[in-house]
Design a protein around this ligand. Structure first.
Ligand code: PLP
Length: 401
């Protein structure tokens, strides 16, 4: 028997009304896709209304300024200042933008980790024929990466160190400030993928001392697909000359001249072409909730729910792949089950939405979830596992693809 840890910020449960899916499903999958809010639905309806009402005139009367609102809102959530955020369609295009600013003549190496989301490594693996060398730092069992391993991999041939703030494979919060410092000591730049942290982990992006920070709306920022952001260290912005671009990056965008390219002097110089306005509206809806709740309260509540989930799962004899120190554990919990894909399907049949990665079940409670939903998820999971063939012995570190 486990005792339930007393609730934290239960007042936030008032927000459950904002997310209709919570009435029908036990939703423990915000690290894949944050729940759709009524505010985002209303935003989408407003966008359609404006399109219908004003046609192209909505660009000037509404949409251009809403894009500015969105840059500011992303910035506030990560502690950035005005002019430091560029909108991006997704993190992959943000990486393409950063990659286009790098010069590899003296420094060919890009250092990533085996637990970074694949799109990070893919960006530079695609440039191997241009002479780029990708060095992959190995993790401990896909849970964490000892700092010494970063130190061993980074040297004076390194152009960029690119890694995640929160690992999608374990929920580990990496000490990215320490990694950025190592990169700088060797004369390299540092990019942090904050897709799994922005919104759920309080952060002051300036204090991380990184050069680039990327993230997006899909997950903890509750805004849906098709909108992401790139933060660039302010003193770097003007000195970077991207070789990929688009007319939204041009200084005098609406002059429509095409014989010169003069980029803006703020981070908007890293944007491309026409952004997705419908997603800008859904993204603003989600961000308004995240900002209203506050990332600190989000972290306190999800930390509480994560500790509750971990304690209850362990009490039921489930094997977890999570960081040892709960302080470094964000709201992603990996569970070893005999067949993770079948477990996700079995849970889904009973209205519990979860996911799997690398052969492990992935559960991610957010501030709008409850301890009772943790209980229900584990009840259903036990039932699903009982119906599965016995689990083969596994090594203690994850080796599944
Ligand atoms: C850590 C991390 N980075 C990046 C992505 C996605 O990148 P993109 O926006 O290019 O699809 C994900 C998940 O979708 C992720 O978990």
């Amino acid at each position: 028997m486990t005792t339930t840890i007393p609730g934290v910020h239960e007042d936030l449960l008032a927000y459950r009304d904002q997310f209709p899916i919570l009435e029908r499903k036990t939703y423990l999958n915000s690290c894949s896709l944050g729940a759709l809010s009524r505010r985002s639905m209303q935003g989408l309806a407003d966008f359609q209304e404006e399109w219908n009402e004003y046609g192209a005139a909505a660009w000037y009367s509404r949409w251009i300024s809403r894009l500015g609102d969105l840059r500011s809102a992303y910035g506030r959530v990560i502690g950035a200042r005005e002019g430091e955020i560029a909108l991006q369609p997704n993190v992959s295009t943000a990486l393409t933008m950063v990659a286009s600013c790098l010069d590899h003549t003296e420094r060919r190496k890009v250092v990533v980790a085996d637990v970074d989301f694949p799109t990070i490594a893919h960006q530079w693996l695609a440039k191997r024929r241009l002479g780029v060398e990708v060095v992959t730092v190995p993790s401990e069992g896909r849970i964490h990466i000892p700092l010494e391993r970063w130190a061993e991999a980074i040297d004076d041939r390194t152009a960029l160190v690119a890694t995640s703030h929160v690992l999608y494979t374990s929920g580990q919060i990496q000490d990215v400030a320490a990694i950025a410092e190592m990169a700088h000591r060797s004369g390299a730049l540092c990019l942090v993928d904050g897709y799994q942290s922005a919104g759920q982990v309080p952060l002051d992006v300036h204090a991380l001392e990184a050069d680039f920070y990327v993230g997006g709306s899909l997950k903890w920022l509750l805004g849906g697909q098709g909108m992401a952001f790139l933060w660039v260290r302010p003193d770097l912005i003007g000195s970077l000359e991207p070789t990929v671009t688009g007319w939204f990056a041009a200084d005098a965008q609406f002059s429509f001249q095409n014989t010169e390219l003069q980029l803006r002097d703020d981070a908007v110089r890293f944007e491309y072409g026409t952004p997705s306005i419908p997603t800008a509206y859904t993204a603003l809806g989600g961000l308004s909730i995240v900002e209203e709740v506050g990332v600190l309260r989000i972290r306190e509540r999800t930390d509480h729910l994560t500790r509750d989930l971990v304690a209850k799962a362990r009490a039921r004899g489930l094997q977890l792949r999570v960081p040892n120190d709960p302080e470094q554990h964000a709201a992603i919990t990996m569970v070893d089950v005999p067949d993770a894909a079948a477990a996700v399907a079995g849970l889904s049949e009973q209205g519990v939405i979860a996911d799997y990665r690398h052969g492990l079940l992935r559960l991610s409670p957010y501030f709008y979830n409850t301890e009772a939903e943790n209980d229900r998820t584990l009840d259903v999971l036990e039932e699903v596992i009982r119906g599965m063939p016995a689990m083969p012995d596994r090594p203690s570190s994850a080796t599944t693809g």
